[in-house]
Design a protein around this ligand. Structure first.
Ligand code: SF4
Length: 172
């Protein structure tokens, strides 16, 4: 039997992500963000390139609560997250977790001229995410997406985890 790891932050993030009031707060933040993005008129051409992190030359950053919410809503990634490679939730250039994708994915567009408003919106909404962590007493952690997924899967805290044969939370 796998023993719980001391100070495993994924336990707290998973527990928080399963709360209805936290879910409501995250969805409200993402909903308001979608309206702001829509007003900018940016269009996603579905090239899928931005989800190949090394090839594109950028990284996606997320909070611990965001990652736990994705895993709780969408389940484990279908393949192991490899550092710098493509997001494991991408299939045939499409995002398979579109409704639950992290904040950075909702704001990023590769069109020229979108950088200025993206930066401002990202900074404001990251403060909103931090405020949700604080409001619900959830530890704040900000980390790179693929490393975070790898850590969450390895934690054994989520249903379907490679370390969790007995169900969600067996290692927490
Ligand atoms: S969650 Fe979806 S949009 Fe975000 S990097 Fe992964 S495949 Fe791309």
């Amino acid at each position: 039997m796998i023993q719980p790891r001391e100070n495993n932050p994924w336990d707290g993030w998973r527990t928080a992500a399963q709360r209805g009031d936290v879910d409501h707060a995250l969805q409200a933040l993402y909903g308001a963000m979608a309206e702001e993005v829509s007003r900018q008129g940016a269009v996603c051409w579905l090239s899928g390139k931005c989800c190949h992190f090394d090839a594109y030359g950028h990284r996606l950053y997320v909070t611990g609560l965001e990652v736990a919410w994705v895993l709780d809503q969408a389940g484990m990634p279908p393949r192991s997250p490899a550092a710098g490679h493509a997001c494991p939730y991408q299939s045939k250039r499409q995002c398979t977790i579109h409704a639950w994708r992290p904040m950075g994915c909702r704001i990023f567009f590769c069109q020229d001229g979108t950088e200025a408003w993206q930066h401002d919106l990202y900074e404001r909404k990251l403060k909103g995410l931090r405020e949700i962590h604080d409001r619900f007493g959830v530890d704040y952690g900000y980390m790179e997406w693929l490393a975070a997924l790898d850590g969450a899967v390895s934690s054994g805290c989520f249903a379907g985890s490679e370390l969790d044969d007995a169900g969600a939370g067996a290692n927490c």
